[in-house]
Design a binder for this molecule. Structure first.
Ligand SMILES: [Zn+2]
Length: 125
């Protein structure tokens, strides 16, 4: 009779753990975004009261806020995609080579989609 060896050499990825991390990341970004929206409203109020110089400041601040918001949106999209992969059961698999991504790498960036090798191949340096 065949010896059913249920040996698991692959390190299992704790999806529950990473899903929680992803949800926490998302909550944090959304919180920051609403804080930003509030401070932006304050800037606009001040703007009507003060002169040209601080208007420049306000514009610069607005440009920076826009860039930050853009980055936040990108991160939110990555998080949403990672959560979807959790549901589909493909979380932790590299999109480049279909191998398991090192859990330590996922720990650093739970929304990452590539293993170290594929990430380095796409973005050398
Ligand atoms: Zn890969």
């Amino acid at each position: 009779m065949a010896n059913h060896d249920t040996e698991q050499s692959e390190p299992a990825i704790d999806i529950t753990h990473f899903r929680e991390r992803l949800l926490a990341m998302r909550a944090e970004i959304e919180e920051l975004a609403s804080a930003r929206a509030e401070s932006q409203a304050t800037v606009e109020l001040d703007q009507s009261r003060v002169g040209r110089l601080s208007r420049m400041d306000a514009m610069q601040q607005q440009a920076m806020a826009k860039a930050t918001a853009g980055r936040a949106e990108t991160t939110l999209a990555r998080i949403a995609a990672a959560l979807r992969r959790c549901d589909e059961g493909s979380y932790g698999l590299c999109l480049g080579c279909d191998e398991l991504i090192n859990p330590q790498r996922l720990e650093i960036d739970p929304a990452t989609t590539l293993c170290v090798e594929c990430a380095e191949a796409r973005d050398p340096g």
